[in-house]
Write a protein that binds this ligand. Structure first.
Ligand SMILES: Nc1nc2c(ncn2[C@@H]2O[C@H](COP(=O)(O)OP(=O)(O)OP(=O)(O)O)[C@@H](O)[C@H]2O)c(=O)[nH]1
Ligand SMILES: [Mg+2]
Length: 80
């Protein structure tokens, strides 16, 4: 169980059914989940970001109501 000062955040990106999409398969669901999370947690952006394999994890320390909290952020690949 997570400590009370830790909030779990899950990033999900809706995929597009392959049959109804005109996009090439590698682009399906690549809505920028990892990029948004990496920018928020680490202040970095990689324009050649690789597609996440299954899931990735980052943490961000924040202050809320004068108290220190931790965001535990899970990023799931759209097709995981
Ligand atoms: N120009 C631009 N490109 C972006 C932005 N956000 C993400 N990208 C690019 O879009 C592509 C997909 O971004 P990702 O963050 O990998 O997307 P994702 O949703 O994590 O994709 P999966 O891990 O495959 O589910 C990458 O090449 C990024 O560099 C943005 O705000 N602007
Ligand atoms: Mg990703």
């Amino acid at each position: 169980m997570l400590p009370k000062s830790t909030f779990k955040v899950v990033m999900l990106g809706e995929g597009i059914p392959f049959q109804s999409s005109s996009l090439p398969h590698p682009l399906l669901g690549r809505v920028g989940k990892t990029s948004l999370t990496t920018k928020y947690c680490l202040g970095q952006f990689n324009e050649n970001e690789e597609s996440t394999i299954n899931a990735s994890y980052l943490q961000k320390e924040i202050e809320l109501g004068g108290q220190k909290k931790t965001l535990a952020i899970w990023v799931y690949h759209c097709c995981a």
